[in-house]
Design a protein around this ligand. Structure first.
Ligand SMILES: [Zn+2]
Length: 111
């Protein structure tokens, strides 16, 4: 099976798949933003919800507030991230109405 080089500094998965929407084994290019987060929901097939925490500056009090957001991402079978996994997601073309990110790396359960 041919593993494509996605142009980012991540290790490709050991297993293969025949998902056309896989960045390594299909024909989806990644470009744009790259985020790290934790999988909060993996109930739907081949899609995960990734939650990401970040700090937002609040000028009035010169402090940061914690914010979090959820992003839906395609989860190819060769990566198959599950709830609690720490993952890297990369922006790609819109794969469906709500999904325009794809999981490119899985680091296991976040500490
Ligand atoms: Zn794959």
């Amino acid at each position: 099976m041919v593993v494509r080089n996605i142009g980012l500094d991540v290790k490709p998965p050991k297993s293969g798949c025949n998902d056309p929407a896989c960045p390594y084994h299909g024909n989806v290019s990644v470009r744009g933003r790259v985020f790290e987060g934790t999988v909060s929901t993996s109930k739907s097939p081949r899609t995960v919800s990734v939650e990401r925490a970040y700090l937002h500056y609040y000028p009035k009090y010169n402090r940061y507030e914690r914010r979090r957001s959820k992003t839906l991402a395609h989860n190819p079978p060769c990566i198959s991230a599950t709830t609690g996994d720490h993952v890297t997601i990369a922006e790609c073309r819109p794969l469906s109405k709500e999904v325009s990110f794809v999981v490119i790396d899985r680091k296991g359960v976040a500490e």
